[in-house]
Design a protein around this ligand. Structure first.
Ligand SMILES: [Mn+2]
Length: 312
């Protein structure tokens, strides 16, 4: 609460506020970033507030970013949402403002910034921003509510994942009071292009599952090219194996053009973030990312996952 008070005080103190979030944005990154921007615009109309970063083509239906000059950062407040560590922040200029605030719900392994508001019990950064608005009686509007709702829906898998609490649902219901087309938004977020649907088919056809429900699948560069799927679009097949009843935990090895692998670890009830930490990564207890040098390390990671599921 005291921490939130500092955030509102800083927002009141600065005329220019620039909001960042992580690379390869997902709906929660954009939802918390632009949700906060819209809240500040609505409640402090004299302030200049910007949201910056790469426009991820598959998410431009949610929002698009502002283009600003380097000079804009002079004397500005910079807020970074939904980003656990500095290498993942989209747009390196985040460090060139006057004061830096981190607002996040990932475990606080990299405590960057002049001030931090981190609540790893929150389902999403968007939930934190919504609670922040409620705490200080800030007005919501349809634009902020739509973005924040999208962020919560995104990070909870539509209220499916265990991080979904009664607080999550309460705050979502507050957002739902605003006038935006939530059915259309939900449909857009649930839709995939046909090539992604086909890649999901590949995942179901080729995933290896052991007797305890530990599973893995490897997506090579060649395969991604043949399906016409970009690196950023791969994220939409990461939750796919969870739909199989006999799968308890899974890992997707995604080959990179440079030859190493991005490792996506997910589980229903098995803690897997320690495995990620063993392999240049980390994250939430049921959703983590890591980096693997080669096929041998992939095998090692899968063996660790099998052991974790077997010993649960
Ligand atoms: Mn998030």
């Amino acid at each position: 609460m005291q921490e939130m008070k500092t955030v509102i005080d800083k927002i009141k103190e600065y005329d220019t506020i620039i909001i960042h979030r992580h690379q390869k944005p997902d709906p929660d990154a954009l939802g918390s970033q632009v949700g906060l921007k819209e809240i500040i615009k609505e409640n402090f109309p004299d302030k200049k507030v910007y949201a910056v970063g790469y426009d991820e083509p598959s998410l431009t239906y949610l929002t698009t970013m502002d283009q600003i000059s380097d000079d804009t950062y002079k004397g500005a407040l910079v807020i970074v949402c939904d980003t656990a560590n500095t290498p993942r922040i989209d747009d390196a200029r985040y460090s060139t403002g006057d004061f830096l605030i981190k607002i996040d719900h990932h475990p606080n392994d990299d405590a960057y910034g002049d001030f931090l508001y981190v609540d790893d019990s929150a389902s999403s950064a968007s939930e934190i921003i919504t609670e922040f608005a409620m705490t200080f009686g800030l007005k919501l509007n349809s634009a902020s509510a739509r973005m924040l709702y999208a962020g919560i829906v995104g990070d909870t898998g539509r209220f499916l994942y265990p991080a979904t609490t009664s607080r999550t649902m309460y705050l979502a219901s507050i957002l739902r009071e605003q006038d935006f087309d939530f059915a259309k938004l939900g449909r857009q977020m649930d839709s995939v292009d046909l090539n992604i649907a086909k890649l999901q088919g590949y995942v179901f056809e080729n995933i290896i599952i052991d007797e305890n429900g530990a599973a893995y699948v490897t997506l090579s560069q060649e395969l991604l090219k043949s399906y016409g799927v970009t690196e950023s679009e791969v994220s939409s097949v990461v939750p796919t194996p969870g739909r199989v009843a006999s799968i308890e935990a899974w890992v997707l090895f995604v080959e990179q053009p440079e030859g190493y692998y991005r490792v996506n670890l997910r589980s229903k009830t098995t803690v897997i973030n320690e495995i990620a930490k063993n392999h240049r990564g980390g994250g939430h207890i049921f959703a983590s990312g890591a980096v693997s040098k080669n096929v041998d390390e992939n095998k090692q990671i899968y063996q660790e996952l099998q052991a974790a599921v077997a010993n649960k």
